[in-house]
Design a protein around this ligand. Sequence first.
Ligand SMILES: [Zn+2]
Length: 622
Amino acid sequence: MRIPEQKIDEIRQSANIVDIISTHVQLKKRGKNFVGLCPFHTEKTGSFVVSEDKQIYRCFGCGSGGNIFKFLMDYKNISFIEAVQEIADFIGYQLKFEDNNKGEDDVLEVLYEINLTAARFFTDTLYKSNDGEIAREYLKKRNIKPQVQKSFGLGFAPSGWNNFYDHAVANKLDLEKTKLLGLIDKNDSGKFYDKYRGRVIFPIFSPNGRVIAFGGRILENSDNAAKYLNSPENPIYLKRKSLYGLFHSKEEIRKLDKAILVEGYLDLISLFQNGVKNVVASSGTSLTEEQVQLLSRFTKNIIVLFDSDEAGQKAALRSIEILIKSDFDVKVALLPKGEDPDSYIQKNGKEVFDDFLSKSQNFLEFRLRIFEERGMLSDPNEATKVIRETVRIIALVSDKIKQGLLITTLAKKFNLREKMLESELIDYINKQSDQKKPLKETSSTSSFGKLELKNNRDKSSTAQTEKELIRLLFSGDNEIVSAILHDIEPADFTSIIFKELSRIVVENYEDGLIAPAHLIEQINDSELKDYVFNLLFNEEEISPRWSELSHNGEIKKDKIEYAIDHIRKFKVVRFNEQLHELNKKIGETTDSQAIYELLKSIKDMEEEKRRLMSNSKNNNEI
Ligand SMILES: [Zn+2]
C-alpha cells in the first residue's frame, strides 16, 4: 500500500502528538513542552520531552525521538503504514489507498492468510488428531507445558505426503502461493506434495504477531531428512530481518533493558517457561546486522548464551562482532560442556540460571579465554594474530572510554605496553576512515563524523549565524523558509553538515513539506538527526530574542525581520571572508597586473556589500 506524502502530512498535521503520546505515557506540562518518563528505557526522572508546537518528541536519556508516526512505530512495534493507519483512525480520517498499489498489498494479505490457515491446521493436528500423539509425547518429554505450547502456537505436521495439501485444496488456498511459502512443493510429474512431514512445527511471528514462516523439527530420526526445515525467503519472510521469539519477549526486553540471545527455538521456549522472558533466538541463520538493528529498538544490552561446543563458540565470536558494530554492550555466557540453555535451566531452575548469567564475561575476556583454551596464546605467531584481531574488534566500540579500558585489559593480559596497542588501534581506525567513501553533498545516507559535529559547536560568528539559519529552516514557517532559500543555497554554507541539512529542507520545500515533524524523519544520519533535535529543543540557549518572539507568539513581522537580519549577516560574513582572501592574495603577489585585478574585485565586492546593507535598511523601514 502506498499513501501519498501529502496525505501523510495532512494526517500528521490533523493529529496532536501530545494527545497521542499521553494515551501511553503520563505527561506533565513544563514550560512550553511536556515531560514524562521515557517508555523506551528505564528511568526514574523524566527525560522524555514532547514539543507541542513542533509536534516532535525526544528522550534526552536514550536518544529516541521523532514525530508521531515514529513514536507509534517504536512504541507498538508496528510498520510505518500501520502507524499512519492508526493515527488516521484516531482522528477519524478516511484513508483511501492508491489503486495502482492495491494489488501488491492484497498479495501480501493472501500470503498471511495462507500461513494462518496452515498454522491452524498444524495446531489442530497436534492437539486433536491421533497422528498428533507422537508429537504430544515428544513435547511432554521435553517438559513443555501445554499452556506454553499454545502461546507459541506449536503444531504438528503429520507424516504422509498430502495431509496439508488436501486441507489447502479443501480451503481453496491459492496453491502456487502456498508453494511460494514453502508449505507444499511440486514433484517431477507436476503433482503437489507436503513439504513438512512428521515434524513439530514452530511458527515464526513478526514482531507484531503475524505468522510469517515455519520451522519444523523432525521427530523420527531419518538419514535423508534434515533435523530442521525452515520456510524459504518470500515476500513476507526475510530471514535476516526476523528474530524468533521477539513477539513474545519484546515487552520484557524493554522492561529489563536487556536481552538474552540463544540459538534454538526450544532453548527460547524452555527459558520462557521457566520465567526468563527476555530472550530471542537467531535460529536458522547466524546473527545478521538487520536482526541486531531490529533488536536495538528494544535494548542495547545483550548476553550471548550459546552452547560451549566448537560450533557454539564460533557462532558466539561472529555474533559479538556484529553486535559491537551496532553499539551493543555485549556479554557472553558459555554453558558447561554438554549443556544447552534448555537442559541447564530445567536441571537447575531460574535462580541458579540467573546467577550463572550474572557471571557472564565481557566479550574481550571471552575471546581471550577461547583462544587460550585452543593453545593459541602460547605461540608468538598465533598470539600476535589474536591480539591484532582483538584490537580490530575493539576499534568497533564507539564509546572511547570503554575502548581505552579494553586496551588496558588487553595490554595487561599480554604484558604489552599500552601505548603500542593504542597506536595499533589508531592506525586501524584511521585506515578504516580512509576506506570510507568521500562524503558527497547529495547523499542523504552519508555518515557525519563526530569530529565534524564537534567542530560545529564553535562559537565563531559565522558558525553561529549559519546555525541560526539552519534552525530557522527547520522552523516550519513558510515565509521564513522561503526568504532564506531565496537568497541562500545549500552550497553557500561553509560546513558540510549545514550543506546537507539545508539540502534536505530544499528538497522537501519543493513538495511543500517543511514542518519540523516531517523534516526530522527525512534525516537518515543519526548523528545529524541528534544535532537537529538539540537545535530544536534548545532554542532558548541559542537565541534569546527568537525564543522571546515564539513564546509570546508576537507579531509575525518581527520573526521575518529576525530571519532577514540573519540572512544579511550571513551574506556580509561571506563577503568579508572573500575580501579577506583577496587581501591576503594581494600581499602574496608582486605582479602588478594581478594586484590591479585583485583590487578591482575588492572594489566590486565592497560595492555589492554596501548595496546589500542599504537594501536591508530599506526592508526594515517598510
Ligand atoms: Zn529514553
